[in-house]
Design a protein around this ligand. Sequence first.
Ligand code: NAP
Ligand code: F7E
Length: 324
Amino acid sequence: MPKALITGITGQDGSYLAEFLLAQGYEVVGMVRRSSTINFHRIEHIQERITLTPGDLLDQVSLIHMLEEHRPDEVYNLAAQSFVQTSWAQPVFTGEATALGVTRLLDAIRIVDPQIRFYQASSSEMFGKVVETPQRETTPFYPRSPYGVAKVYGHWITVNYRESYGLHAVSGILFNHESPRRGLEFVTRKITHQVARIKLGLSRELRLGNLDARRDWGFAGDYVKAMWTMVNHDRPVDYVIATGETHSVEEFLNLAFNHAGLDWRDYVVQDPRFMRPAEVDLLVGDATKAGRELGWEPQVTFAGLVQMMVDADVKMLQDGVTPV
Ligand code: NAP
Ligand code: F7E
């Protein structure tokens, strides 16, 4: 039975990837960092079927011990300080985890077992102030936040370890992907959660920043399949993963409120607190290479994603589940 180790297993993508790998017959190990409160809500339903192991991207020794103990065939590095807005407030921490954390993990692999296959969670935020549209594997990077800058480092150190040491290491340049398990601070989930609260009479307004920003939004469940396919390709190659469609925050708002029978203009307040020092105005990816070489295609449409998220948030509140 192949064994995969996932960093960031308590996050959105980690939980979907763990489910996907279990279904493929993998033994799944998840790295978790110490926390004073339990944050396993996304993996509660599979906790009996996976092994959790302590570790932190900031602690090199913990990574080496973890690999020595579990000896995985594949490592998926999904852990990061992943919220762009926070990266301005905590730029050094973001660099430690999201940038240098990748080097620590790659070096642990090199020391313990260079045969381990490695996946790095690269991001469309690396394209930032885009120099080409749509963005593809060859598009130059121009990051616009400390997060984006850290991801560029993580991306290139992965390429460098592949070229320097012959590691089977790949980067997936994934555009925004969302789900009912998305963190509440990201704009899509912030909207769908608040739509549900307004619909159920629990809230009256939604405060947002820039409504004109455009993103290429897909479904996280589709995107974790691309990670696995990439890692198991015969050659280590980097791919863009995206839907090829771009929509504004306002379009997302419109669909989400409409789905609940509401008009967003009655509830949305623009609040400068949610504006960013530097914005990424437009992202749209070209995943032609992944389609051609990996046979990967997204399954969930933009409208399907919005409806899925609104429905899940309404149900969660109706069931009395505390949204997280
Ligand atoms: P997420 O929900 O924010 O999850 C991040 C995970 O990283 C959590 O499990 C978190 O653990 C863990 N983590 C943070 N700092 C850590 C550290 N120092 N040591 C160990 N673990 C740490 O993110 P996501 O949306 O699933 O994204 C997964 C990865 O893909 C991230 O690297 C993100 O930057 C990247 N990415 C995401 C998207 C997207 O649209 N979702 C697109 C492109 C790339 P705790 O639970 O303990 O906080
Ligand atoms: O913002 C605008 C905001 O925080 C999307 C991460 O997973 O995807 C994600 O990064 C857009 C931005 O995601 C609010 O200004 C308006 O233009 O949902 P977000 P993100 O910054 O695109 C990439 C690919 C990653 O790699 C990251 O890890 O929405 N926006 N008003 C707002 N955003 C938030 N969060 N909150 C607002 O109130």
